[in-house]
Ligand binder design. Structure first.
Ligand SMILES: [Zn+2]
Length: 391
C-alpha cells in the first residue's frame, strides 16, 4: 500500500477509530463526531478507502436528493494469523479483522518438543490455511499467539515458563519474522482467552475476569478495557494462592496449600480416587459429573467453593462486572459455577456483587484463537500502528 506520505495520520486515525466498531456512519455523522470540517472528512474517508480499511456499506435513509453513503470498517481488508499453543494441543487459524475465523486447524502437539518444531508446524499450517481461503502472505497484517506460560509483554519472550522446556526467553517474534515479516504479538493463553471471551460474549464490558480451570488454574483480567499483565506478565496467576482447605496438600510448584492442589482437574480426580471412585484425569471427572455421579458432583461443587475463596479477594481488588469460567473443567457446567457463586456472593461486600455476573464461558474452546486474533488486530489497528502506515 502506498500513499502514506499524503496522509495526516492523526485525522485519519480519529475517523478510523470511530469506524472500527463496525457501525456504519455517514460523512456528516463523522464530521459531527470528530468536529472536523465536512471537506476534511470527505478527503480522509477517501484516503481510508484507498487503504482498503473502510468501505461503503448500504445507503442511508435520505431526506431527499442524493442518499448519503455509509462507511464502516472493511474486515476483509487484511487477514490475521491466530494461534493457540497449549501444553499438548495446538490450533492455528486465519481470521479477518473482526476476529471471524475463516479457516483453522487443530492437532495434538507437545509443547515440550521445543520452539522450532512447534513454530514450524505453525508456519506450515498458516501457509496451508491461507491457500485454502485464497489469500496470500502479503495480505497478512499480523500474527497473534497464545502460549501456556508467562510472557514478557514488551518483547514477546516467554519467561521461565514451567511447562515449556526450551522456550525460556526464546525470541518467537524474531524467529517467525524470518518467515513472515509482520508484527508478532505473544501473550499467555489465559490473557488471550479473556480477550476472546470479551469479543464473543461481552463486547461492551470494560471489567471482565476470565478464569481458566483445567490442569492448572489461572485468570486473565481486563480492567478499564485493558488487559492487566503486571510487571512480569504473571498478573492473574491465581493457581498458587493459598486457600484454607488445601492446608498441607503438596502442589506441583513445590509449595503446600495452593488452590491448584485441591481445585484443578487432576486434584479433583485425586480426591475422588481417595473416596474409591475411579477417576484418573480431569476429563474423567467431567464424564462422571455428566453421568450424575454424586461424589463427583459434590467434589466439583467443593472445588468451585475453593476457587470462589480466591475469587472473592480478586473481586475486592479489581471489582469486575463479569467473571467467566472456562477451561476444560468448565464443561462440568453449573455444578462448578454454583460453588463459585456460593462463596463469592456470600463473602464479598454487597456493592461489589450487586451487578456481578458469574457465568460459564460462551466462547469455550474458541476463546483462545479468537483472543489471539484480537491481540493482533488491536495492535494493527491501533492509532500508533496506523500512524506508521498500514502495511
Ligand atoms: Zn502451587
Amino acid at each position: 500500500m502506498n500513499g502514506e506520505s499524503t496522509i495526516n495520520p492523526t485525522g485519519v486515525n480519529e475517523l478510523f477509530q470511530l469506524l472500527r466498531d463496525g457501525v456504519p456512519r455517514t460523512r456528516a455523522e463523522l464530521a459531527k463526531a470528530t468536529g472536523l470540517a465536512r471537506s476534511t472528512v470527505a478527503a480522509r474517508v477517501d484516503q481510508l478507502m484507498r487503504m482498503g480499511l473502510i468501505s461503503p456499506v448500504a445507503e442511508a435513509v435520505s431526506t431527499g436528493g442524493r442518499p448519503p453513503s455509509l462507511f464502516a470498517l472493511n474486515p476483509a481488508a487484511k487477514v490475521v494469523i491466530a494461534a493457540d499453543v497449549g501444553a499438548s494441543h495446538a490450533t492455528v487459524a486465519v481470521t479477518d479483522l473482526n476476529g471471524t475465523v475463516l479457516a483453522d486447524q487443530s492437532e495434538p502437539l507437545d509443547i515440550a518438543l521445543g520452539p522450532e518444531p512447534v513454530l514450524n508446524w505453525l508456519v506450515e499450517g498458516a501457509t496451508a490455511l491461507l491457500a485454502r481461503v485464497g489469500r496470500d502472505r502479503s495480505q497478512v497484517a499480523a500474527i497473534g499467539i497464545g502460549v501456556p506460560g508467562p510472557v514478557e509483554h514488551s518483547t514477546g519472550l516467554p519467561v521461565n515458563p514451567p511447562i515449556m522446556p526450551g522456550w525460556d526467553r526464546f525470541d518467537i517474534p524474531g524467529w517467525l519474522n524470518q518467515h513472515l515479516d509482520v508484527p508478532v504479538l505473544v501473550d499467555n493463553d489465559v490473557n488471550i482467552m479473556a480477550l476472546g471471551e470479551r469479543a464473543v460474549a461481552w463486547p461492551g464490558v470494560e471489567h471482565l475476569m476470565f478464569v481458566k480451570i483445567a490442569t492448572g488454574i489461572g485468570a486473565g483480567l481486563i480492567s478499564g478495557g485493558t488487559l492487566l499483565r503486571g510487571a512480569q506478565g504473571v498478573a492473574g496467576d491465581i493457581g498458587h494462592v493459598q486457600v484454607a482447605r488445601a492446608a498441607d496438600v503438596a502442589c506441583r510448584c513445590g509449595n503446600r496449600g495452593c488452590l491448584e492442589a485441591i481445585a484443578s482437574g487432576p486434584a479433583i480426580a485425586r480426591t475422588l480416587r481417595d473416596q474409591g471412585v475411579d477417576a484418573r484425569t480431569g476429563s474423567d471427572v467431567v464424564d462422571l459429573v455428566k453421568r450424575g455421579n454424586i461424589e463427583a458432583i459434590q467434589a466439583v461443587r467443593q472445588a468451585g467453593r475453593d476457587i470462589g475463596e480466591v475469587l472473592t479477594t480478586c473481586v475486592s481488588l479489581v471489582n469486575p462486572s463479569v467473571i467467566t469460567i472456562g477451561g476444560s473443567m468448565a464443561r462440568v457446567g453449573e455444578h462448578l459455577i454454583a460453588g463459585v457463586r456460593e462463596t463469592v456472593y456470600t463473602r464479598s461486600i454487597p456493592l461489589a456483587t450487586e451487578h456481578l455476573s458469574i457465568v460459564q464461558s460462551a466462547a469455550a474452546e474458541r476463546a483462545a484463537v479468537i483472543g489471539a486474533s484480537m491481540l493482533a488486530v488491536e495492535h494493527v489497528l491501533s492509532p500508533e500502528a496506523l500512524a506508521v502506515g498500514f502495511r
